[in-house]
Design a protein around this ligand. Structure first.
Ligand SMILES: [Fe+2]
Ligand SMILES: [Fe+2]
Length: 267
């Protein structure tokens, strides 16, 4: 199963299930907008998907972590979609039109995802001690991988300089990461949860939170395909593509039939 798909059938109420399905549908749309943007650079969608399935294309490291409990869906919305927004808001103003236009719509939908996640966390943290413990456990597991979503430190980031020069990237990895920490720590405080970082503390002089060092070895292992779920995620993805072949074939056959009928009528 893919991270959120695993929980559609397990959502605790009909309302939560409907909200999660809406989120998953949005995410499918985000993929399509971005493939459309990439196609303007002259590569076909089929080629991009083939490369993804062959392991030649990178996808976000965060998708390689397991979703063990319902609280993970809350934490993903709160932190993962929250980190995505932090990354994507500046991209709305980036120099490449097809990319920036896609990002405007994506950001609107991401803010709904972030709220649905935080709302799940709020419900759990106001619930029983067991529910609050579940929320804390999910935060403990997702906090560091969320910080890794901003990419390697500026000093070691390979593509950052080029992307900054082309004005695709307007803020650096470390700047975005710091903004995310500054925004998220008060939200954890409000939930009554502890960040899993003993070095995290407010720095009066800088006006930012100081935080502990990130395990970059883990990050590189996940990128290399050795994260907890890399193989499973890719297998599931390829199977979904293969299982859906008949739907794509039927859609093409239907479109051809209509095109032929129209051509006949026109003749
Ligand atoms: Fe998205
Ligand atoms: Fe999202």
């Amino acid at each position: 199963m893919l991270p959120e798909g695993n929980w559609i059938g397990r959502a605790p109420t009909l309302k939560r299930k409907a909200i999660l399905m809406a989120k998953v549908q949005d995410e499918g749309g985000h993929g399509l907008y971005l493939y459309a943007a990439a196609e303007t650079l002259g590569v076909s969608r089929d080629q991009l998907i083939e490369d993804l399935h062959a392991g030649k294309v990178k996808y976000s490291s965060i998708f390689n972590y397991p979703t063990l409990a319902w609280a993970d869906i809350g934490t993903i919305g709160w932190l993962v979609d929250g980190a995505a927004i932090m990354n994507q808001i500046p991209l709305c103003r980036c120099s490449y039109g097809p990319y920036s236009r896609a990002m405007i719509r994506i950001c609107k939908e991401e803010s709904f995802h972030q709220r649905q996640g935080y709302d799940i966390m709020l419900a759990l943290c106001r619930g029983t001690p067991e529910q609050k413990a579940m929320a804390q456990d999910a935060l403990d597991r997702w906090w560091w991988p969320s910080l890794m979503m901003f990419g390697p430190p500026d000093a070691t980031s390979v593509h950052s300089a080029q992307s900054a020069q082309w004005k695709i990237k307007l803020l650096s990895n470390d700047e975005l990461r710091q903004r995310f920490v500054d925004q998220t720590v008060p939200q954890a405080d409000y939930l009554g949860l502890m960040m899993p970082d003993p070095d995290l503390k407010w720095n009066e002089a800088t006006g930012h939170y100081d935080f502990g060092s990130i395990d970059w070895d883990e990050f590189h292992q996940v990128l290399k395909g050795n994260g907890p779920c890399n193989r499973d995620r890719m297998r599931t993805r390829v199977k979904a593509w293969d299982d859906g072949a008949w739907v794509r074939d039927a859609a093409v056959a239907y479109a051809n039939k209509h095109a032929m009928r129209e051509a006949k009528q026109a003749a």
